[in-house]
Write a protein that binds this ligand. Structure first.
Ligand SMILES: Cc1ncc(COP(=O)(O)O)c(C=O)c1O
Length: 362
């Protein structure tokens, strides 16, 4: 833990925290933060560069504070995927979905927030930083979410925010739309569905529930399937009343003109950017089989990563040995498990070859 100087008036409750820090170290195969391994095409990068050049001519001015064009495009994108009738009034855009989570916690923290662990580690961390009391709900031993138990936990705690990540990070399991709808009927406050990995799953998106259940809010991102992590663009799909509350907590001009320009171009090229999703899904199944063939276990995944276990050495040791062989994966702090992001063909092969070699070593 950091030893803070006594003169620093840092909040007491922050002194004991560790900052988010997935290692960013050079490796031949970077498979630790669930990015899309396929870079943008030459044509798309050139189109972004041209639009950014255009936007650069006006950088003496603040950007469109409300990112109206981008939000309209995001609404049409979601409508095309989920047959919804959303407009820009149902969309909020921010610097990654982490900022969306932070804004939700800032706006709606009148009570506690409940999540079902293991799940996305930033939910409790952002809760802490925004002063929201966090309740760690539980999952089954196999990491799936037990609907009846979740319902009982919600009814007991009556949180202002109930957070469900589906497909769940770091486990990869999803909840069906029927189960989410049943939870929506019984959840007080907001039911926050984090769909960062939705494009990798066959499940119907919870955006289809918003019209009937205005307290269902859905977090999406362009960082994963959309292959756009470097731009930092996440968005919220919700009832207009929820979006209106976002204006209260956002910082003025929070989304830069360059981000808006890049995001708008990316949405024009959505087919290209999402073209690799089917390939990543197929490679996920292939990689799962290969891990099992090494005598390990894999948690069934609906996302672009796999949580695997069944190895005998400590996870931290295996993680380190893999890195020494040039493969960066993720130790998510779950006893006996490590997480690997689906990479390109060469990365997946390097991962399996290295894993096989590490398992053979004492
Ligand atoms: C479940 C989940 N939600 C949100 C995020 C944040 O993504 P970003 O801020 O890049 O949009 C992540 C990133 O790993 C995630 O796994």
């Amino acid at each position: 833990m950091n030893q803070w100087p006594t003169w620093l008036p840092l909040r007491q409750d922050l002194r004991e925290l560790s900052a988010y820090g997935a290692p960013q170290v050079p490796a031949d195969a970077v498979m630790n933060t669930n990015e899309n391994p396929y870079p943008l095409s030459q044509e798309l990068s050139a189109a972004i560069a041209a639009r950014v050049l255009d936007a650069a001519k006006n950088l003496n001015r603040y950007p469109d504070r409300d990112a109206t064009v981008l939000r309209g495009k995001l609404a049409r994108f979601i409508n095309s995927l989920s047959a919804t009738k959303l407009t820009e009034e149902n969309i909020w855009a921010a610097n990654g979905s982490n900022e969306i989570i932070q804004s939700l916690f800032m706006a709606f923290s009148s009570g506690s927030a409940l999540g079902f662990t293991p799940s996305y580690s930033m939910h409790p961390l952002i809760a802490k930083v925004t002063g929201v009391s966090w309740i760690n709900g539980s999952r089954r031993e196999d990491f799936t979410l037990d609907y009846d138990s979740a319902l009982a936990q919600i009814q007991r705690e009556k949180p202002a925010l109930t957070c469900i990540t589906t497909p769940n990070n770091p486990t990869g399991s999803s909840l069906s739309i029927n189960e989410i709808e049943k939870l929506a009927k019984a959840t007080p406050g907001l039911l926050v569905i984090d769909e960062a990995y939705a494009e990798f799953s066959e499940e119907t998106s919870a955006v289809t529930l918003i019209e009937k259940y205005p307290h269902v809010v859905v977090i999406r991102t362009m960082s994963k399937a959309f292959a756009f992590a470097g731009v930092r663009l996440g968005y919220l799909v919700a009832d207009k009343a929820v979006i209106d509350a976002m204006y209260l907590v956002r910082l003025p001009y929070h989304l830069s003109a360059l981000t808006q320009a890049a995001g708008e171009v990316a949405l024009d090229y959505q087919e290209e950017l999402l073209a690799n999703v089917a390939r990543l899904r197929a490679d996920r199944e292939k990689l799962a089989q290969e891990i099992v063939a090494l005598g390990l276990t894999v948690v069934p995944s609906d996302a672009n990563f796999l949580l695997f276990g069944g190895f005998t050495k400590p996870a931290a040791q295996l993680w380190k040995e893999m890195l020494e062989r040039g493969v960066l994966i993720r130790d998510v702090g779950l006893l006996g498990y490590l997480r690997v992001t689906i990479g390109n063909e060469a990365e997946n092969k390097k991962f399996i070859d290295s894993l096989s070699a590490c398992l053979g070593e004492k």
